[in-house]
Design a protein around this ligand. Sequence first.
Ligand code: ATP
Length: 364
Amino acid sequence: MAEVKLINVSKIYENNVVAVNDVTFTVEDKEFVVLVGPSGCGKTTTLRMIAGLEEISKGELYIDNVLVNNVPAKDRDIAMVFQNYALYPHMTVYENMAFGLKIRKLPKDEIKRRVEEAAKILGIENLLDRKPKQLSGGQRQRVAVGRAIVRKPKVFLFDEPLSNLDAKLRVQMRTEISKLHQRLEATMIYVTHDQTEAMTMGDRIVVMKDGIVQQIDTPLNLYNKPINKFVAGFIGSPAMNFIEGTLIQENGLKFVSSKGGLKFQLDTNLDELSKYINKKVIAGIRPEEFQPNDSQSSNQKIEIEVEVVEPMGNETFVYFNVDNIQFVARIPSSVVIRPNQKFNFTFDVSKVHFFDGETEKRIN
Ligand code: ATP
């Protein structure tokens, strides 16, 4: 078992830079948790504190219920895979993978067995005699992962391990790491700035911004019920569309009215919105909620002029501007659509996300 628990953990660098601010979460045994957020949000610092590479300024870190704040990195039974692979250039693949075991003085035949087993899992058996410079980026990354596997650590930490790979290899390695997680049944904590990586790999995701945890949840819950505007905009690609406006009531009906003049009627069932009348709200619409020429009466219609069309093959992204608000819709590629064309979209109001215009916290 390997559970990692952070309680009110903060990291304050010199000059009072608060890189990580009062972070609390638990990674369960065998769980795959992804820390995600924009550059500088504190995800790497959090990971390095778990690894023991960075001192914890405040708070407590437990591994399997043992307080490890003052336990050195080498005694935490954790293996970390870095973005830049950190392989020893003068050693062969075999020696790189064996190194950590050698310094722990494992018997030679045990080292050989573990390295060969890991090499087989990763499909690099035929590369064991090569030096890192004779390998491709993807192969180097496999060696770096292999070096972690052979140690059979309690916890694996990954710091943006796929950032240096091209797009196709990244997708491939993504599934390989997910498979590895299933196979090893290990606790893994993975840092990335890429929300797609987070969504596809994590059992749960910790979304961070400015050193503060915004939301911790499963990928689908984050997508369907983002806790605030930041999470709503960060998770999902293309990103959610936002309409900033005022909630108004006319003849007993509620509308959201934007500064630029865009106005749509709300679902009457939205009780939570009643206290927002005449207040600022932000409405969020996912790109896939726009339906071309849908005639369902419960849906809202907006008339648009197409600006840019991006055919993706299986679907098409359509960019348009209404009353100075930039939108993107995601529609089936079977719908024929051209730039400058006038078009009608509808959307189901019951699918709209609402956020407080001041605090940006979720309302509905
Ligand atoms: P990235 O994706 O760019 O690596 P990140 O989310 O991993 O970003 P961190 O590297 O954890 O972010 O950095 C968090 C904050 O702490 C940033 O504002 C950064 O400038 C600051 N920081 C990081 N290391 C130090 C340091 N050694 N001294 C002072 N400030 C630091």
